[in-house]
Each structure stands twice: as structure tokens, then as C-alpha cells.
Design a protein around this ligand. Structure first.
Ligand code: AG3
Length: 287
């Protein structure tokens, strides 16, 4: 039985100073400390299995589709001819799952810092990766994303930063340095997209990334989607490119989406276009 007074049997997230969220733990599936972080998987009747890292919700079976579809199909379909995709982070395999839906994608490189997250996601969160780890197009590299970006010389059409929040191991993925190295790994016409937190509560984080993008890219902005367990309002995804792909029109997107032949639960070409409409409180955070 859960006790609302003590929050026993609830997993409490305290990511933000003045706001938290609690999710009922109907059953604990896994609880361990890896080299990098504390990792829990528990069952919640509404959200299914939930993965938390150091108490912060990373992924749930029920709502991960919104996040993963928006960080993959938006840049891939805006690009229109993407063949090589790099995912930084994404150890649960959800991002790879969505990228690999596109038959036109020939190669996906995923750089995850924590081998523990991958191993255990395969076992405890198999529905999230849904076979992605067995796809021959996926090349899994266990390395620090920042180190990989500096060392590797390959280029990619789309780079997706599927990071945690900028505390702990994820912090380096929000630095100007890192974005500079990421840009150097983009092929001509390439697009960089990033997880940038919920701007209502993490406005500085978005501003920091956008300030870096401003110096790096001829076109930069962010787009939005609400993910229930990333609480606090819509989440922002950073967008940086030297192409005009952000302004691709609806008719083109519709044709590309149809040609891709993929099925989605959140993404549509209209949602894609609409996601770039920014309320003033968000637009003001972009220098
Ligand atoms: N990583 C993004 C978690 C961000 C949570 N942040 C927040 N609530 N502000 C998700 C990994 C899924 N592949």
C-alpha cells in the first residue's frame, strides 16, 4: 500500500529547485548503482515501466514515443536525404528504434557512456528498444560522447543528443566546446538536435545552448513537445544547422513522410511544422 503522507512506495523526482514529481511504484523491477549513476526500473500502472537515473525520469514505456519521435523524425524528414545518423546517449535504445524505422537510413552510430544502461535496458526495458540493438545498421560505441566527438572524424547527416540533464555525466554535453565538436561532425546540410529541458523551469539551459548555436550555425532555434513525465510544461529541442531545413514546407514533409512509410503516434508533418511555433516566453530565451 502506498502512503501519501510519507511518499513510501512513490518515486520522487527532485530535479528542479521548487518543483518535483512523484510516481507510484507498483512494483520494483531493478535497483542498482552503476559506475556512473543509480538506476531504478519500476512499474507504474499508467506509465508502464519507468527508468530513473539518480531519481530523474529518463524514459517510460507509455510516453517515450513523443520524445523519441520528435528527436528523430523531425530532423530526418526535414533533411530529406539523411543516410548516416549519430545518437549521443540513448542507452535505452528508444532513439535508435525510431531512427531505424527509416529504411533510407544506412548507418546509425550510438555513443553511450554507460554500458550498464544498455545491458540492463535490453533486459528490463526491451519494449523501448524493440529490437533496435539487433539491427545490423546500428553500431554501438561505449564511450564518452564528448571524447568520441573529438576523436572521430566521420560525418553524419543528423546528430541527436539524447542527454540527461546538465548535472553529473550529462553536463559536458551542454558546453560550447562539445557543440563545436558536434558541428564539425556534421556533413554538408547536416542537422544537430538536442534535448534541452523544459524551458519553463530550465530556461537557462535553453539559453545557454542557443547562445552556443548562434555562434556556430547560420540557422538555429528550438521546437517543442510536451512529454507527461518530463514535468513542467513543454520540453524544448535545440536545432542547429547551416541549411534551411527548418523551413521545409508542409507539402514536402507530407511527401517525405508518405514515402518513408512509417507509422507514428505523435509525429505528423503538421505537428512537425507546429512544433516550431514558439510562445513568447520561449522565444525570449533565445538570443
Ligand atoms: N533523456 C532525457 C531526460 C530529460 C529529463 N529532463 C527533464 N525532465 N527535464 C531521456 C533518455 C531517453 N532515451
Amino acid at each position: 500500500m502506498s502512503d501519501p503522507e510519507t511518499m513510501r512506495d512513490w518515486s520522487v523526482e527532485r530535479l528542479h529547485q521548487d518543483h518535483g514529481q512523484a510516481l507510484r511504484v507498483a512494483q520494483m523491477h531493478y535497483d542498482s548503482e552503476t559506475d556512473h549513476q543509480r538506476l531504478l526500473v519500476f512499474e507504474n500502472p499508467t506509465f508502464g515501466r519507468i527508468l530513473t537515473l539518480d531519481g530523474v525520469v529518463q524514459v517510460t514505456e507509455a510516453d517515450n514515443f513523443i520524445y523519441h519521435e520528435m528527436l528523430t523524425h523531425v530532423p530526418i524528414l526535414a533533411h530529406g536525404a539523411a543516410k548516416r545518423v549519430l545518437i549521443v546517449g540513448g542507452g535505452d535504445g528508444g532513439m535508435a528504434r525510431e531512427v531505424l524505422k527509416h529504411d533510407s537510413i544506412e548507418q546509425v552510430t550510438m555513443v553511450e557512456i554507460d554500458a550498464g544502461v544498455v545491458d540492463f535496458s535490453k533486459k528490463y526495458l526491451a519494449a523501448i528498444s524493440d529490437g533496435a540493438f539487433d539491427d545490423l545498421r546500428l553500431d554501438l560505441v561505449i564511450n564518452d560522447g564528448a571524447v568520441f566527438m573529438k576523436q572521430n572524424a566521420d560525418v553524419y547527416d543528423v546528430i541527436i543528443i539524447d542527454s540527461t540533464d546538465p548535472v553529473g555525466p550529462g553536463e559536458v554535453l551542454f558546453t560550447d566546446h562539445f557543440y563545436g565538436h558536434a558541428k564539425a561532425r556534421l556533413a554538408e546540410g547536416g542537422i544537430l538536435v538536442t534535448q534541452n529541458g523544459v524551458p519553463f523551469l530550465q530556461g537557462d539551459e535553453l539559453t545557454g545552448t542557443m547562445r552556443a548555436f548562434k555562434t556556430l550555425f547560420s540557422d538555429y532555434s528550438c521546437y517543442l513537445a510536451s512529454i507527461p513525465t518530463y514535468a513542467g510544461g513543454p520540453m524544448a529541442f535545440g536545432w542547429g544547422s547551416d541549411s534551411n531545413a527548418r523551413h521545409v514546407d508542409l507539402t514536402t514533409l507530407e511527401a517525405r513522410f508518405k514515402a518513408a512509410g512509417i507509422s507514428t503516434d505523435y509525429y505528423t508533418p503538421e505537428v512537425h511544422r507546429g512544433a516550431f511555433a514558439l510562445p513568447p516566453f520561449v522565444a525570449r530565451l533565445i538570443p
